[in-house]
Write a protein that binds this ligand. Structure first.
Ligand SMILES: NC(=O)c1ccc[n+]([C@@H]2O[C@H](COP(=O)([O-])OP(=O)(O)OC[C@H]3O[C@@H](n4cnc5c(N)ncnc54)[C@H](O)[C@@H]3O)[C@@H](O)[C@H]2O)c1
Length: 337
């Protein structure tokens, strides 16, 4: 039986708790939150689980095999560091930490202690995102020209990080997963409307190898909840829409055949537009978070390298740092190490 604990049961932590409780061979022994009211709600639902307002009673307890850290980003590093030093495996919610330097230290510590450092890049466990990756890799879409992501909603507004760190972190992890590499550079622009120094809206454009552009519009100040990404390829185009639960992917056999674009007459330009059929693949839907939790526990049991390991967390934080730098410097293009 693997003994697990969770630190932070605000909005997202209870979802992780629910999935951990549902897994065979896992026992959630303790839940921690600084807010006693959050703990009272947990005790009401799960009376057998011990609760505490003292994080060190989780991260310092060597009888606990693994700890999930689901607190605001600023506290991720200190909590994960203490848990790893105690000999626990850690599942840290995204973004892994508040800086690339902190991420690197966690990776080194996990290696030294031979423990799993796992980051909650949930969309890599999403069946639609995985299916889109296989279409991209199979060459079905042709050469990838660009990716365009929209992740908007009205709230929830955060006070600790901006929309880039909170929302676009998901899209960066998806872009890199799909393209099989990390971004080379970024230019970003943001707007602060609700708080003087926290960007509620961010537009960030990453470049990847081969000149692929990946753009994300991330906002918690928008009337509509949109979770949509368009991939434009030389042969076909794919749209992933996470709000369409039964049919998250559409593949459009549409395009503009390049050779004709530069011809002189308007007629031949029009002829070059290809308006083909739309294919809606059948996708076996899962709860991404459950798939993610099962994978984490499997890695703890077997020592297998996670799909979303510490290096994955570091790569996303590096891209976030570069995008932050760009926003602070008038959207200048910043290389990503
Ligand atoms: N993977 C995903 O899809 C996803 C979705 C939502 C949030 N998240 C991530 O989960 C984390 C938490 O987000 P949230 O929306 O639940 O935030 P939240 O503010 O709603 O909840 C955070 C909770 O942590 C508690 N807390 C703060 N500092 C603590 C500490 N040092 N020790 C113990 N408890 C502490 C707070 O009292 C609060 O209850 C963030 O890193 C966020 O980016 C991930």
């Amino acid at each position: 039986m693997i003994k697990a604990a969770i630190v932070g049961v605000g909005r997202w932590g209870p979802n992780i708790l629910r999935n951990f409780v549902s897994m065979d061979g896992v026992q959630v022994v303790r839940v921690c939150d600084l807010d006693e009211e959050r703990l009272a709600a947990i005790r009401k639902k799960f009376p057998a689980i011990d609760t505490t307002t003292r994080p060190e009673h989780v991260t310092g307890d060597s009888r606990i095999d693994c700890t999930v850290i689901c607190t605001p980003v600023a506290s991720h590093y200190a909590l994960a560091e203490q848990a790893l030093k105690t000999g626990q495996h850690v599942f840290v919610e995204k973004p892994l930490a508040a800086s690339a330097a902190e991420c690197s230290k966690l990776i080194a510590l996990a290696e030294e202690r031979q423990r799993i450092a796992f980051v909650g890049h949930t969309f890599k466990y999403n069946a639609g995102i995985r299916a889109a990756k296989s279409y991209i890799e199979s060459g079905e879409l042709g050469d990838i020209y660009l990716i365009d992501a929209n992740r908007t909603n009205l709230g929830p507004v955060r006070y600790d990080v901006n929309a880039l760190w909170d929302l676009a972190s998901h899209d960066i992890s998806i872009f890199s997963y799909w393209l099989g590499g990390e971004p080379c550079s970024v230019s970003a622009h943001g707007g602060c409307y609700l708080n003087r120094s926290i960007e509620d809206v961010v537009y960030a454009t990453f470049t990847y190898a081969g000149g692929v552009i990946a753009h994300v519009h991330a906002s918690w100040l928008n009337p509509r909840k949109i979770r949509e990404i368009t991939v434009v390829g030389s042969k076909k185009m794919l749209v992933w829409n996470d709000m369409n639960l039964s049919e998250p992917i559409r593949i459009y056999n549409k395009g503009i055949d390049k050779g004709d674009i530069y011809s002189d007459t308007f007629d031949s330009f029009r002829l070059s537009i290809r308006e083909g059929e739309v294919m809606i693949p059948s996708i076996q839907l899962n709860e991404p978070l459950l798939t993610e939790c099962i994978h984490f526990i499997d890695c703890v049991r077997t020592g297998r390298q996670p799909l979303t390991d510490g290096c994955d967390g570091l790569n996303v934080v590096r891209a976030l740092e570069a995008a932050t730098d760009s926003m602070r410097r008038n959207s200048v293009r910043v290389p990503i190490a």
